[in-house]
Design a protein around this ligand. Structure first.
Ligand SMILES: *Cc1c(COP(=O)(O)O)cnc(C)c1O
Length: 385
């Protein structure tokens, strides 16, 4: 058994993963089952009756998620967006209002703007870096949810979680933090006052680009909220399957060592980029010149594995450079052991061209993996020319 006094990795490795009492197996089984034998009508064992409602492999993951985020209950979903959708439907009613970041993850913006809004929920955009900007969008009595990401994608904007939590709680709104970019290891939003943490476990939590998943973790002492989320998880049914739960759980066990390696490599890549005259702007919260640096230093253990930068020479030059990499894989997503490179304006953020969420055309985004950093830098060097 683990407890809150144990360190992060002890919890990540053991919480939810007790050795099997029957066989001694140290790794939780993949319970690839939809249903469970009942000992007489209604006599189900340990609460398992049907795998949408609960499955032991998913329970193992959900226990681990709650333990590593310092929350009361974890919930695992089929994707990050399934987690988001479930939470929004659990806590919002027609007529309510929510606030989301101007540079929210594109899928979050689409969910809110194209789906949730149709059900009568209004929203406003606010710059996450400014708690005052968020305060300015509050509609007293109507704003029920404040949604932030920090760092944001792809410009690595930083929100002050504790300051935004205070703004939210002054008006009785919930604060949800999308902790995907930082990971549970680098940042603990519940301890800073957030009510719910959300993850795309597809990214750092899974860590190996082999699974799509999502998670919600509800903070301590919020039993009613946790019950509401549990009810909606079962009612909407977008749950993580046993195999996917197992993959994410396995990923979490090495999260700390992977994140340290991602951070080490990212810092060296930033140093390399700083040495280049054709790199005009580097977005990395570890840089003192980054506007969110002080807040990031306060609320993050280290600064993460994501870097964006602008390359002199315009859009086509950036696109050409990206196409020349050999060790870096050209692709969307992030957070895996392998390094990925992409062009946000044409790829992940193509849908926000011409809106206030538009990103610079010469921007390149890196998800720095954990390969040998010299190989990563040499490959960037030949690609950038
Ligand atoms: C990928 C991502 C999501 C969405 O998660 P999916 O698993 O792709 O559904 C949400 N937020 C952030 C920050 C992401 O990077």
């Amino acid at each position: 058994m683990t407890n809150e006094q144990h360190g992060f990795s002890t919890r990540a490795i053991h919480a939810g993963s007790e050795p099997d009492p029957r066989t001694g197996a140290v790794t939780p089984a993949i319970y690839q089952t939809s249903t469970y034998k009942q000992d007489g009508v209604g006599g189900f064992r340990e609460g398992y009756e049907y795998s949408r409602s609960a499955n032991p492999t998913r329970t193992a993951l959900e226990t681990c998620l709650a333990a590593i985020e310092g929350g009361s209950r974890g919930f695992a979903f089929a994707s990050g967006l399934a987690a988001e959708d479930t939470l929004m439907r659990a806590v919002l009613q027609p007529g309510d209002h929510m606030i989301i970041p101007t540079d929210a993850y594109g899928g979050t913006f689409r969910l809110v703007d194209k789906v949730v809004k149709r059900w009568g929920v209004d929203y406003s955009l606010a710059k996450v870096g400014q708690a005052d900007a968020i305060r300015g969008e509050i509609r007293p009595g109507v704003t029920k949810l404040i949604w932030i990401e920090t760092p944001t994608n792809p410009l690595l904007g930083i929100a002050d979680i504790a300051a935004v939590a205070q703004v939210a709680h002054e008006v009785g709104a919930l604060l949800v933090v999308d902790n995907t970019f930082a990971s549970s290891y680098l940042q603990q939003p519940l301890a800073l006052g957030a009510d719910v943490v959300m993850h795309s476990t597809t990214k750092y939590a899974g860590g190996h680009s082999d699974v799509v998943g999502g998670a919600l973790v509800v903070g301590e002492g919020k039993d009613e909220l946790a019950e509401t989320v549990a009810f909606h998880q079962n009612s909407l049914g977008a749950v993580a399957g046993p195999m996917d739960s197992w993959l994410v759980l396995r990923g979490l066990k090495t999260l700390a060592v992977r994140m340290e390696a991602h951070c080490n490599n990212a810092e060296k890549v930033v140093e390399y980029l700083q040495s280049r005259k054709d790199v005009t702007n580097i977005y990395y919260p570890g840089l003192e010149s980054h506007p969110g640096h002080d807040i990031a230093a306060k609320q993050m253990k280290r600064f993460g594995g994501m870097i964006s930068f602008q390359l002199d020479g315009g859009e086509q030059n950036a696109v050409d450079a990206i196409g020349r990499t050999k060790v870096w894989t050209l692709g969307e997503s992030l957070g895996g052991v392998e390094s990925l490179i992409e062009h946000p304006a044409r790829m992940t953020h193509a849908s926000v061209r011409g809106t206030e969420l538009e990103v610079p055309a010469d921007l390149i985004r890196l998800s720095v993996g954990i390969e040998d950093v010299d190989d990563l830098i040499a490959d960037l060097d030949q690609a950038l020319r």
